[in-house]
Structure formats: structure tokens, C-alpha cells
Design a protein around this ligand. Structure first.
Ligand code: NDP
Length: 374
């Protein structure tokens, strides 16, 4: 047995205690307590998706079908109908289908190496912590949680269990994004002086969880503004010194009674870069503009599934167009197979750094004050 395999077996056998609160909502039992699943395919890491919503179905499941070094090994859902549909489509053994109540039984499932939490934001902490206690490595969707304290608890749970924690920052693996990171951080065009970054879309269904503060943690800032915060950090390679922010007007009182409709913010970085950010659930917009001493860069579309397009003062950027989630899963699993770790740049600390800034933007917008981040 390789060192990596033995490490995996060790981690899988670790946490079996539950010790967590039950899921906050009732769902019918999908099946009886599972037996130990059949032996896994050792060439590929097994991934369990938790929450079979739009992102899990349309992006992550596709990635797991296409990726060379990982596959869909289990599902966790509150919907018996989805359980049936996915079991058939992905030829899953019935022992690898869980609901939110019997989820902790996944500890016994040797086919599962990584649990990927794709639930509404407020549910991330509970399921990441339960996944860690089950002795599995954990990927969590962005935003990592709804508060810095929750990020701390998630990081601690994974550390205590000896499992890896990653946040689904797919753009870290996307070629155009990697190019602006490289140029910005290596100062290839000199010091970055100014950045304009915005991401917004027109939100639909007024009853969805994204418009409920208790579940989403906030409005567009938590959902897509986080990409703009990420961009300003990965282009400069620095952490912001302070932030000021302003909520935009509420033009739709029905939809935005609980969360902001839009918010703008300004930040200064230690190297002298100033950043203007904007996010909205009422504007279709996604751009990154970077001005540096010796040139400029622009991505647009910059953050959605793409194809991402880029230009600079030197002309059009010609880079491969990829399926973001496939390249992300392949890169994460490659590193895991080779080193026993997830890539450091998407770890829980990275998720927490964004959360600290998101919370500071809200505080700045609520108080009208400049909030220091140092
Ligand atoms: P959806 O609403 O489409 O799916 C969420 C799923 O969570 C549901 O389908 C359901 O799955 C499960 N769920 C469990 N309890 C609840 C509940 N009380 N209310 C609603 N759903 C519940 O959301 P998305 O897939 O769009 O988003 C999920 C996560 O992924 C979010 O954190 C989001 O920020 C992130 N995301 C990331 C993207 C990226 O590019 N990185 C893009 C889109 C989303 P089931 O029926 O199986 O129980």
C-alpha cells in the first residue's frame, strides 16, 4: 500500500462520533443505514456531493464525469426523487446514497475520499464539520460560511480531524485568471495602481434562499461580490489595508427586504493599488480592469463560467478555454494524490481572509465609516 493510500485509509477510519446538531430541517429518509460500500477505484479519488442543486448538477457532476483522477462516489440529498435520478444516471451503489440525517454514516464508506459541500451558505459550517468528523477531506463552496467565527470553527474541525479543507475557488485554476494573477503579482506591468472589479446578475425567484439573510448571509456581496474581492487580492497578491462602502438604492422592495440589492466599495492595498468594487442582484455585469505603471489588463467576462475573455495593452490574450470545475477538480485531486494535501491557495484560511473583508464591507456600508483591516 502506498503512503498516500495508507494515509487515506487512516483518515477514513478516524472520526465516527457525531457530536453535531441535527440538520435544521426535516427530510424523509432516503434509505436504511448503509453497508460498507464496494472497494473503490484506487486510481481515482471518490467524491461525495452534498446538496444536489444547480451548481452540483450542472457543473460539479459534469466535472466529475470528465475528470481523469476523480469520480462521483456518493451523493447526499434531501430529495428522494433526486436520489433515484442520480443513482440511475451515475450507476451509484445504493449504499452510497445519503440524506442529511444519516450523512454521518459516510464515515464508513471507503469509496469516499472527499466530501464536497454544495449547500446554501448557512449550511456550510455544519456539513463541513460533520464531514471532518467523518474523517473525510472536505471541499466547501464559496462563500465558505456566513461569518469569520464560523470559518474558524470549520478550520479547527478539519485540523482536529487531520483532514484537508478547501474552498471551491474555481478561478484559481482558470488560465485567464492565472495569467492576470501572474502579471499582477510579478509586477510584469509595474505596480498596480487601480482596479475596477464588478460582478452582478439579475436575480430571479423572489422566494429563493439567496434572498434570505439567514441562509445566504447577505445579498450579492456574499454570492458574487466575493469574486471581486478575490480578484483584487489575487492580482495584487496583497491584503487590503482598509475599506469604505455604500449600499445602492433598493429599487425592488419585494425582493430586497432582507438583503442588499447592490453595494459598492473602495479599498487600498499596501503597494498603493486602489480598488473600486461593485456587486448587484439587479445589473448584469462582470469585469475586471487593472491599470499598472506600464500597461493595463482587462477580463470580461471575468468571473462566470465563461468563456472568459481577456485583453491587455499588448492585445488579445490567447489562452485555452476550459471547463472551470473539471480543471479545478483535476488539480485538487492531483495534488491530493501526490502530496496528501489540497493546494494551499484554496485552503480554509483563504476562505476566511475573504470572509473578513466581506464582513468589513458590510460594516463600512452600515456605519459609513472607513474600516481598518490591519
Ligand atoms: P441551489 O439552490 O441550486 O441548490 C442548493 C441545494 O442544497 C438544493 O438543491 C438542495 O439539494 C440543498 N438544500 C438543502 N437544504 C436546503 C434548503 N433549506 N434550501 C435550499 N436548498 C437546500 O444552490 P446552488 O447550487 O446555486 O448553490 C449552492 C452553493 O454553491 C452555494 O454556496 C453557492 O454560493 C455555491 N455556488 C458556487 C458557484 C461557483 O461558481 N463556485 C456557482 C453557484 C453556486 P437537495 O435537494 O439535493 O437536498
Amino acid at each position: 500500500m502506498s503512503e498516500n493510500q495508507s494515509r487515506r485509509s487512516f483518515l477514513q477510519n478516524l472520526g465516527v462520533g457525531l457530536g453535531t446538531t441535527a440538520a435544521a430541517f426535516a427530510v424523509p429518509s432516503v434509505m436504511a443505514v448503509p453497508e460498507v460500500a464496494p472497494p473503490k477505484d484506487d486510481k481515482k479519488l471518490g467524491v461525495a456531493l452534498v446538496g444536489l442543486g444547480s451548481y452540483a448538477k450542472n457543473q460539479l457532476a459534469v466535472a466529475l464525469e470528465n475528470a481523469k483522477n476523480c469520480y462521483l462516489a456518493a451523493i447526499v440529498t434531501g430529495s428522494p426523487a433526486k436520489a433515484e435520478e442520480w443513482t440511475k444516471k451515475y450507476n451509484l451503489p445504493k449504499e452510497s446514497v445519503y440524506n442529511y440525517q444519516n450523512f454521518d454514516e459516510i464515515a464508513k464508506n471507503k469509496a469516499v475520499d472527499i466530501i464536497y459541500v454544495v449547500l446554501p451558505n448557512s449550511m456550510h459550517p455544519e456539513f463541513v464539520i460533520r464531514a471532518a468528523k467523518a474523517g473525510k477531506h472536505v471541499m466547501c463552496e464559496k462563500p465558505m460560511a456566513n461569518s469569520v467565527a464560523e470559518c474558524d470553527a470549520m478550520i479547527k474541525a478539519c485540523k482536529d480531524a487531520g483532514v484537508q479543507l478547501g474552498v471551491g475557488y474555481r478561478l484559481h485554476f482558470e488560465p485567464f485568471t492565472q495569467e492576470v494573477m501572474r502579471i499582477g503579482q510579478k509586477k510584469e506591468k509595474g505596480n498596480v495602481r487601480f482596479m475596477q472589479t464588478n460582478f452582478g446578475f439579475t436575480i430571479g425567484d423572489p422566494t429563493q434562499w439567496r434572498l434570505k439573510k439567514a441562509m445566504a448571509g447577505g445579498g450579492p456581496l456574499m454570492d458574487v461580490g466575493i469574486y471581486c474581492v478575490q480578484a483584487s487580492r489575487y492580482v495584487t497578491g496583497e491584503e487590503p489595508l482598509w475599506v469604505t462602502a455604500q449600499f445602492g438604492p433598493i429599487t425592488d422592495k419585494e425582493r430586497f427586504k432582507d438583503v442588499e440589492e447592490s453595494v459598492s466599495w473602495q479599498m487600498e492595498f499596501p503597494g498603493g493599488a486602489m480598488v473600486n468594487g461593485f456587486t448587484s442582484y439587479k445589473s448584469n455585469i462582470e469585469q475586471l480592469y487593472v491599470s499598472a505603471d506600464k500597461g493595463w489588463l482587462q477580463l470580461g467576462p471575468a468571473y462566470s463560467y465563461g468563456p472568459i475573455k481577456g485583453r491587455s495593452n499588448e492585445g488579445e490574450m490567447k489562452l485555452p478555454v476550459v471547463h472551470h470545475q473539471t480543471v479545478m477538480m483535476e488539480a485538487i485531486c492531483k495534488e491530493m494524490i501526490e502530496t496528501g494535501k489540497f493546494p494551499k491557495h484554496i485552503d480554509g484560511d483563504e476562505g476566511k481572509r475573504d470572509m473578513k473583508i466581506l464582513m468589513a464591507i458590510y460594516e463600512a456600508a452600515q456605519t459609513g465609516k472607513r474600516i481598518s483591516l490591519v
